[in-house]
Design a protein around this ligand. Sequence first.
Ligand SMILES: [Mg+2]
Length: 226
Amino acid sequence: MIIGFDADDTLWHNEDGFQASQREFEALLAEWGDADTIEDRLFEIEMRNMPRYGYGVKAHTLSMIETAIAVSDGQANAALIAGIIDMGHALLDRPVELLDGVVEVLDELANLTLMLITKGDLYHQLARIDASGLKERFWQTEVVAHKDVATYRRVLGLHGVEPERFVMVGNSLPSDVLPVMALGGRAVHVPYHVTWSHEQHTGDHDAPVIESLSDLPALLTDWSIR
Ligand SMILES: [Mg+2]
């Protein structure tokens, strides 16, 4: 069996940084709208831009700039735009902080074949994989643009992994759980304490949900995988 791991909000913290940055962004634009208005407008612009930019901090930064121009009706000045660019740099430069228990769990599973599959900015994610100190623990690491059924089919096919022999572990139902189950693989949902609106999903699924990655080894034992 091959065990796949998501990275953002599964192995290391990510969304909490985006949410803190969003509060800062709302404060920066407070004279042009309340926090909910700014948040809604940013989300709408990010979703509209996603086919152009994909996921990640650089896309988010460009959408913040576009939002500032839109909500201020063109009044946002260069100093304000520079402030937004600084916020993007701060997110890119944020040190990789592993979730509690990650190293211990990977130690415990060291006799299994592990993959890391993450989406987002290629350059930023490669840098985070290096900075995490975890790279050597994975048989393969893949940075992909989307995590949909076609992507999992391609990536698993590339490495000769049958979906029936694959378990994906991650915090996102639409990105980590549902597409892998649709392919005939197994998945484990490990929710993070905050979820980006775009990754929220309320549909039915029968994947097991564990509270923390530390519960994964016991689950894999129950499944006779280890
Ligand atoms: Mg994730």
